[in-house]
Design a binder for this molecule. Sequence first.
Ligand SMILES: Nc1ncnc2c1ncn2[C@@H]1O[C@H](COP(=O)(O)OP(=O)(O)OP(=O)(O)O)[C@@H](O)[C@H]1O
Ligand SMILES: [Mg+2]
Length: 286
Amino acid sequence: MSEAEIKIEGEKWGKQRLRADRTDALYARIPKGETLMRIEHLRVVYRTDDKETVAIEDFTLPVKKGELVSLIGPSGCGKTTLLRAIAGLLQPTSGQIMIGDQQCRGPGSDRGMVFQDFALFPWRTVRQNVAFGLEIAGVPRAEREERALRYVKTVGLEKFADARIHELSGGMKQRVGIARALVMHPAITLMDEPFGALDAQTRNIMQEQLVEIIQHSERTILFVTHSVDEALYLSDRVVVLSKRPSTIHKVLDLSWPRPRDRTAPEFTQLRRDILAWLGEQNVMEN
Ligand SMILES: Nc1ncnc2c1ncn2[C@@H]1O[C@H](COP(=O)(O)OP(=O)(O)OP(=O)(O)O)[C@@H](O)[C@H]1O
Ligand SMILES: [Mg+2]
């Protein structure tokens, strides 16, 4: 999508600002720990000329306000599809997604997405990329500059605030994507392997920063990852998915305090169990 097309979309969003404000009010009304979003009997089928692919089958999951839920499952099982459906970027074949008492019927400022492939604007600087959604939402200049810079700092890119996207490494680009979603203060942040492109050290730092963010704000996050270690380090709940079509194999409640010790026996045991189960899924037959 070009910037102009998004701006046209954005005008619609601007007009929906009142709706977004209503969503904020709704978010404030729901107490932490109560159900915020319900994914109900979701089914997504992709149809091309010669075939049908069932990506998601009868997927039901309630998400509580303030929790971080990880989705982990074999490659191609439908994780990105699920996030795109929640973001309103594709229409489910059947089933529905509710936030509070409102059904999601398209994109909205109540859901922010961090994409697997960054999806940044190359002609904008780091700071301008982060501020983009705030511009669209009609946030006044002073506030948007302050907020954008705050989140550029949160992801450790202060020195690159005025750099263009092509001057950044893959990991830095992904950090811009994360800042761009968080700056909007969405009710739900959808993160599709947000740390997948980072080197191990930066990845650990970003995980620690995300833990800080969730401890100091009431973020509700749906987090797709291939890393069992990352899921166990970050999540309140881990949803283990079967191979395509995606159904829930297991939901694990993790009440361990944060910050977590990755070498603790219960941590390593659970990691072993999940890895063994994932290993049994024959992804190549997908
Ligand atoms: N636009 C599309 N048209 C047709 N089929 C699609 C489309 N997008 C995804 N698929 C198919 O749907 C299935 C799920 O894809 P999806 O990208 O959701 O998987 P994923 O779990 O995110 O995989 P990965 O872990 O590799 O990112 C795959 O079989 C894929 O080929
Ligand atoms: Mg994916």
